[in-house]
Design a protein around this ligand. Structure first.
Ligand code: GLN
Length: 304
């Protein structure tokens, strides 16, 4: 397959969509990013890598971080996690409060904000220095020691994080946070504020395309069954209340973030990541979703 040619064509074809959609204005530091940026990368399980446009430019990974903290928490506490968080799509926006109250503090899944707070709480309880351990894990699986937190984005998110404070306080009131709200949210705002490129994300998620083993280093990151479960969670919960539409259009497990990134996994074949900051009303990259739709259609990259 001529992956480079596919990426080049897709970058040309989505150009009319660039500049559309809204950047995440509720986080000041993200509101300043021009919404006509576009990058894409592919990494096959043979280790071949391809990029186009801004595919090697770091951006704010935001909710994509939930994938990595979930992986860490599953490795640390295994099935005990499922006592505190569910595995169903929420059908609601990623930062919705109503369901959490009605369902008595058990978030629907680990890939919406409330669920990610619980996951982050597990890491805070389990690691001596969770902030250091999260970045170490991500640097390790991405093979890039330069990946780091963007302090300005983290501070900006804290300054306007009213909904996250509300969600975490709900969780605490229902007894589903062990640590202080402030400690959990500080860690959460930092994990969201990690900067990575499409290529970094393709490398970091490669183990999910290869039964839990990094295809280049040969290192096992998670057991095979766990990789399958993480992919299932991405397929059913990775794009919030737009997850059904995304499965319909693309048909790959994926995780999005309001920075405009989407990482998708084609098990047994490759990882593909796209970045374009203009978002649709669910908070998913507009041009990015279109790019992945074209990618799946033209290359046959789908699990269905
Ligand atoms: N940091 C963002 C928030 O908590 C992450 C949300 C997202 O990327 N969907 O609101």
């Amino acid at each position: 397959m001529d992956w480079q040619n596919h990426l080049d064509r897709i970058a040309r074809d989505v150009r009319p969509k660039l500049g559309r959609g809204q950047v995440a204005t509720y986080i000041d530091a993200l509101a300043r990013i021009p919404n006509d940026r576009f990058g894409m990368a592919v990494r096959t399980i043979d280790g071949a890598e391809f990029t186009v446009g801004d595919g090697e430019v770091p951006f704010s990974i935001q909710s994509i971080s939930k994938l990595f903290t979930l992986t860490m928490a599953m490795n640390f506490i295994g099935d005990r996690l499922w006592k505190r968080v569910g595995r169903e799509p929420s059908g609601n926006p990623f930062n919705s409060l109503v369901q959490l109250e009605r369902e008595e503090g058990i978030p629907r899944n680990p890939l919406i904000n409330a669920g990610a707070h619980v996951v982050t709480d597990c890491l805070a309880a389990h690691c001596r220095n969770p902030q250091r351990d999260i970045i170490r894990f991500i640097r390790h699986i991405a093979g890039n020691q330069l990946i780091d937190y963007d302090g300005e984005v983290a501070a900006s998110e804290r300054a306007t994080g009213y909904r996250n404070f509300a969600l975490a306080n709900f969780l605490k009131s229902f007894g589903n946070l062990e640590n202080d709200v402030d400690k959990v949210l500080d860690l959460y705002f930092h994990q969201c504020a990690i900067s990575m490129s499409c290529l970094d994300l393709c490398r970091a998620a490669s183990f999910l395309a290869n039964n839990g083993v990094d295809p280049v280093s040969g290192e096992r990151i998670v057991p095979k069954a766990r990789a399958r479960r993480i992919n299932s969670l991405m397929l059913t919960c990775g794009l919030y209340d737009a997850v059904g539409n995304f499965a319909f259009r693309v048909g790959l497990p994926a995780k999005s973030g309001v920075g405009g990134g989407i990482i998708a996994v084609w098990p047994g074949h490759l990882t593909v990541c796209v970045w374009s900051p203009g978002l649709d009303k669910s908070g998913n990259s507009l041009a990015g979703t279109r790019a992945l739709e074209l990618f799946a259609r033209r290359t046959g990259a789908t699990i269905f």
